[in-house]
Ligand binder design. Structure first.
Ligand SMILES: *[C@@H]1O[C@H](CO)[C@@H](O)[C@H](O)[C@H]1NC(C)=O
Ligand SMILES: *[C@@H]1O[C@H](CO)[C@@H](O)[C@H](O)[C@H]1NC(C)=O
Length: 217
C-alpha cells in the first residue's frame, strides 16, 4: 500500500510487547510464588478468596460425594475415604489413581487453582484397597514405609495414621478399639513414634524440632 515496511512493524511489535506484559501480569499470583515469604503468600491468597471459597476450602467431603464437578463448583479443599469407602468394589490401583486424579483436575480448574488433599485411613496398611497388604497396627517403622508407598501408588498423599488420639491411650477396656492402643500411659505413647518416620521419611539432620516434615517422594 506504499507504506514503508518499518512503519507497519513498529506498531505490531509494540502491541505484541504490551500484550505480553499484560499476560505476564495476569498470570502472576503472589500466593503461588515460592520466592515470596509465607505470610505474604497467605495474605495475598486470603484477600482473593470469596466466602464460598473459604467455606469450600475448609470442607472435607466423603469420596462418595466427590466428583470433579463437585470439587470445582464448591471449591472443596479435601476429600476422605472413610472405612470401606472405595471407588468401586475390588477397585484396582489404576482405578484409585484415576479417581483421585479426576478430583484433583476439578480442584485445579478453579480460579484460584488450589490443589485438593485426599486423605485415607491406613492404620494397618492401605486397608481400603483390594489386595493391599494388611499389617498389625502402628508398630514398626517399616510398616509405615510400606504403607506410605502403597498409599502414594493410589495417588493419595495423606494418611489418617497412626491414630495416637483415643485409640492409643485406651483406659477403658470395654472400648472396641482398645486393641490398637499402646497402653494407658500417655508417656509410653509419646515414645512409640517409629512408625511416623516410616510414613513421612527420616527427618534431615538440620530439621527444626516440632515442625512438620514429609520427604519428597
Ligand atoms: C453423599 O452421598 C451419600 C451416599 O450416596 C448420599 O446419601 C448423600 O445424599 C450425598 N450427599 C450429598 C450432599 O450429595
Ligand atoms: C471381590 O473380591 C472377592 C474376593 O476375591 C470376591 O469374592 C468378590 O466377588 C469380588 N467382588 C466383586 C464385585 O468383584
Amino acid at each position: 500500500m506504499g507504506v514503508p515496511l518499518k512503519f507497519k512493524r513498529v506498531p505490531f511489535l509494540l502491541s505484541y510487547m504490551l500484550v505480553s506484559i499484560a499476560v505476564g501480569e495476569a498470570n502472576y499470583f503472589k500466593y503461588k510464588d515460592p520466592e515470596q515469604p509465607l505470610n505474604v503468600r497467605i495474605n495475598d491468597l486470603m484477600s482473593r478468596m470469596t466466602l464460598a471459597e473459604k467455606i469450600g476450602q475448609m470442607s472435607q467431603i466423603e469420596q462418595v460425594n466427590a466428583t470433579s464437578d463437585v470439587m470445582k463448583n464448591y471449591f472443596i479443599g479435601s476429600v476422605l475415604s472413610g472405612a470401606g469407602s472405595v471407588p468401586a468394589p475390588n477397585a484396582t490401583v489404576e482405578e484409585w489413581m484415576s479417581m483421585v486424579t479426576e478430583m484433583q483436575k476439578g480442584a485445579l480448574s478453579t480460579c484460584l487453582g488450589i490443589p485438593m488433599i485426599y486423605g485415607i485411613d491406613a492404620v494397618h496398611g492401605h486397608g481400603n484397597v483390594y489386595g493391599a497388604t494388611l499389617f498389625p497396627h502402628n508398630i514398626v517403622k517399616r510398616i509405615g514405609t510400606a504403607t506410605a508407598l502403597k498409599v502414594r501408588a493410589t495417588g493419595i498423599p495423606y494418611v489418617f495414621a497412626p491414630c495416637i488420639a483415643v485409640t492409643q491411650v485406651c483406659r477403658d477396656p470395654r472400648w472396641g478399639r482398645c486393641y490398637e492402643s499402646f497402653g494407658e500411659d500417655p508417656r509410653l505413647v509419646q515414645q512409640m513414634t517409629a512408625i511416623i518416620t516410616g510414613f513421612q521419611g527420616d527427618f534431615p539432620p538440620n530439621h527444626r524440632k516440632g515442625t512438620p516434615y514429609v520427604a519428597g517422594t
